[in-house]
Write a protein that binds this ligand. Structure first.
Ligand code: LLP
Length: 454
């Protein structure tokens, strides 16, 4: 067994329909039961839209968003959803309607928000490698006619980026626009985060600027005309389930902010990044509202406005990747369940060894429901890595049975690809009894769209 699949191997059964409030088992007639997303049976969605499909509960998104908001209620704040976690336009639009702002990392993400007419006052631009063109696009951005040009804040991650931003901003500010608000993303050197690929807050990582260097930048550019020092930011990693590392990073950030204040640089914004984890299998993450409260407790006395960049904690739990069993097979050692969903749809297992629980969607009474039959749940892509779970007690399934791959909302569709010339999956948003297509499945024609015969 490759050490690569350790975390996905031989896990105890978890059925998220039992603890996620907007998914549930409901009676189907007789003793049979099936999984619903809000008031819609998943089997109905599979019949109507096909599989694989990402199915989202809108209420789950709203509850998660409000959970964070509730925690932050005591301080002025703006939640900026991290678009990288899920860039579906309908989902972004829904979050905007709840009052969310957005954290972006590319010109492409900015263009998505422009398409929706999102005000620049709600957009924060993060990322370690913003190109000159992307910086220009953000400086010129105008989400709607009433808006002034530009975005709320640039989080700069290197001295060279700051130079480039100043250069570009000085061209724009000749047109008498307000100088753009800037913060330094400080690397607080705090250890946190699940898998090594998603930990970001240590000095050995490429992200942010160490405090002594950041402080020099703030002081050296205190009189700049082209930019305005507005905030300080950090993001220490992702899928962090304890509050302790957040608290440590935040306390450091607060002390830096006070230091700058003593130097006469008064910042208005404290951007604490994202990173709160969710329960995939057996984790016990802090609640969203406790997380918000902890932030408010530290930020409150500073008299600043809090910015937050959550991605996963808002969208992960809201979604299942619905899939059908294509075949089952076994040899003397193992059973395999081969799904129509694959690593191109959900990269997290192969990239981070991330376990996403998988359950059946319909349970007929005639079956042995408690059978703990274990199998490897795999996709059809030609790679051994295309394995969702190893020795997972799915029980017995047959060809065409439906399964749900849980917690697929964050970095699910967003990281999907066309590998093996597979069209990317459909996305469906459920609210109450309604299920709406919010992204159609890609066709073969879509796959050929950008090729140029040379
Ligand atoms: N802000 C910044 C600057 C970030 O780099 C990230 C995520 C976030 C906010 C949102 O973090 P969240 O709240 O979602 O943890 N693909 C990986 C996760 C990569 C996270 C990258 N940065 C995964 O599927 O686990």
């Amino acid at each position: 067994m490759s050490p690569h699949v350790k975390a996905r191997r031989g896990l105890p059964y978890v059925d998220p329909a039992k603890h996620l409030p907007h998914f549930s088992w409901k009676k189907r007639g007789g003793a049979a039961r099936e999984v619903y997303c809000e008031q819609v049976p998943l089997s109905q969605i599979a019949r109507r839209y096909g599989t694989p499909a990402f199915v989202y509960s809108r209420q789950a998104i709203q509850d998660a968003y409000r959970g964070i908001e509730r925690g932050l209620a005591k301080v002025p704040h703006q939640v900026c959803f991290a678009v990288k976690a899920n860039g579906n336009l309908s989902i972004l639009n829904f979050l905007a309607s709840l009052g969310s702002g957005f954290d972006i990392v590319s010109g492409g993400e900015l263009a998505h928000l422009g398409h929706l007419g999102i005000s620049g006052r709600r957009i924060v631009f993060s990322g370690v490698g913003k190109s000159r063109e992307e910086i220009r696009e953000a400086l010129r951005y105008r989400g709607n006619r009433r808006d002034a040009r530009g975005i709320l804040q640039f989080n700069v991650e290197s001295p060279a980026e700051l130079e480039m931003l100043i250069e570009e901003a000085s061209r724009v500010s000749r047109a008498a626009e307000r100088a753009p608000g800037v913060s330094v993303r400080v690397n607080p050197d705090v250890k946190a985060g699940g898998h090594p690929h998603i930990a970001t807050g240590l000095e050995e990582h490429k992200f942010g600027i160490a405090w002594p260097e950041a402080r020099r930048l703030y002081l050296a550019h205190r009189g700049a005309q082209a930019i305005r020092w507005q905030g300080i930011s950090a993001h220490i990693g992702s899928q962090i389930v304890d509050l302790q590392p957040f608290r440590r990073a935040l306390e450091r950030l607060a002390s830096y902010l006070l230091d700058l204040r003593r130097q006469g640089i008064a910042l208005e914004y404290l951007d604490v990044g994202g990173g709160l984890g969710v329960r995939y299998t057996s984790e016990h993450p802090a609640s969203r509202s406790d997380y918000g409260r902890m932030i408010a407790e530290i930020a409150g006395p500073l008299g600043v406005k809090v910015l937050l960049e959550p991605g996963r904690s808002i969208i992960a739990e809201s979604c299942v990747l619905l899939s059908r069993v294509v075949y089952t097979k076994s040899n003397s050692r193992k059973s395999f369940v081969i799904l129509d969903a694959a690593m191109n749809d959900l990269m997290r297992p192969v990239l981070y060894d991330a376990p996403h629980p998988i359950t059946r969607v319909v349970q007929a009474s005639s079956r042995n429901e408690n059978s703990a039959e274990r199998s490897d749940i795999v996709g059809p892509v030609c790679e051994t890595g295309d394995t969702f779970l190893v020795d997972w007690p799915l029980g017995s399934v047959s060809q065409r049975d439906l399964v749900a791959i849980w917690l697929a909302g964050a970095y699910g569709f967003a990281q999907s690809s066309n590998y093996n010339a597979r069209g990317r999956a459909a996305e469906i948003l459920v609210y109450g009894r309604t299920a709406k297509l919010i992204r159609r499945r890609e066709t073969y024609r879509d796959l050929l769209r950008t090729d140029v015969l040379g």
